[in-house]
Design a protein around this ligand. Sequence first.
Ligand SMILES: [Zn+2]
Length: 57
Amino acid sequence: MAGKKRAGWKKFEACGSCGYKGGFHLALQRRAGGQVSVKLKCPSCAKAFDLGWKIRL
Ligand SMILES: [Zn+2]
């Protein structure tokens, strides 16, 4: 499941908004049906990037 989305990481070596390169925070957002969407959040400018990742807890 996760393997297909791996290519997405390349784009997130640096924040597209402020250029921060120190790594991202993970933000989890609970959705209906027990799904949780995973977003990356820049710790510098707080911009959230939704990569379409979804997990199930
Ligand atoms: Zn940023």
